[in-house]
Design a protein around this ligand. Structure first.
Ligand SMILES: CC(C)(COP(=O)(O)OP(=O)(O)OC[C@H]1O[C@@H](n2cnc3c(N)ncnc32)[C@H](O)[C@@H]1OP(=O)(O)O)[C@@H](O)C(=O)NCCC(=O)NCCS
Length: 181
């Protein structure tokens, strides 16, 4: 966990550091087939697994997870993973677990806040992510934020009885700045 107590405030979305008290909600989201369908992970998680994961996370120097809040309600998480201080790059992950909050612009705003934090606060040069090829909503949102497609990881995950491609996308600091940050 990268030590930050900061809250990143956007127009409609706020990102605050994830806390142990958030885990029950995450278990609920990661047990929802509608949500899992779009994620690389396959099966529901238990609270015990999430608690173990959170303890490991707290010791990791290269990861920062934020709770996404809309009007004070915790609706999802955004994470920066594998924060690499040498090559100044990180991976971004996002999940809005409350499905009624999908397609209302919150994800795009959260990603923009996460990118600003990665580039301006952590000094990253590149932020990348993996997205399942059929996740058109996510890809559209990432493209709106300035991500470009780097390539395809062929048949990289097994979902719903078939192997599916995963798209690798990234955005560079210069590109983020050129878009006005
Ligand atoms: C992916 C996710 C973070 C996007 O956040 P969101 O708040 O739902 O998305 P937004 O409303 O900000 O943006 C989605 C855009 O895609 C468009 N869209 C929605 N469904 C679409 C579809 N089936 N095909 C193409 N575009 C679509 C929306 O219209 C919107 O574009 P617009 O603003 O130009 O109209 C969120 O839907 C989510 O968490 N989904 C489940 C988990 C997941 O997929 N995580 C990402 C794994 S890589």
């Amino acid at each position: 966990m990268i030590e930050t107590r900061r809250i990143l405030q956007g127009a409609r979305v706020a990102l605050r550091p994830l806390a142990a008290g958030d885990l029950r909600k995450i278990v609920k989201w990661y047990s929802d087939p509608q949500v899992i369908h779009f994620l690389g992970r396959g099966s529901p998680v238990t609270l015990a697994e999430e608690e173990r994961w959170f303890r490991d996370y707290e010791r990791k120097p290269d990861e920062q997870i934020f709770a996404i809040e809309v009007e004070g309600r915790h609706v999802g998480n955004l994470g920066l993973h594998r924060v690499d201080r040498v090559h100044r790059k990180a991976d971004l992950g996002i999940v809005i677990g409350e499905t009624m909050f999908w397609s209302r612009g919150f994800g795009t705003e959260a990603v923009r806040l996460g990118l600003r934090y990665a580039f301006e606060d952590l000094g990253m040069n590149k932020v990348a992510l993996d997205v399942i090829e059929y996740n058109h909503r996510a890809i559209h949102s990432y493209e709106k934020c300035g991500f470009q497609r780097e390539g395809i990881q062929r048949q990289d995950v097994y979902k719903d009885g078939r192997f599916v491609n995963v798209v690798r996308m990234s955005i560079l600091a210069d590109e983020f700045r050129a878009r006005g940050g």
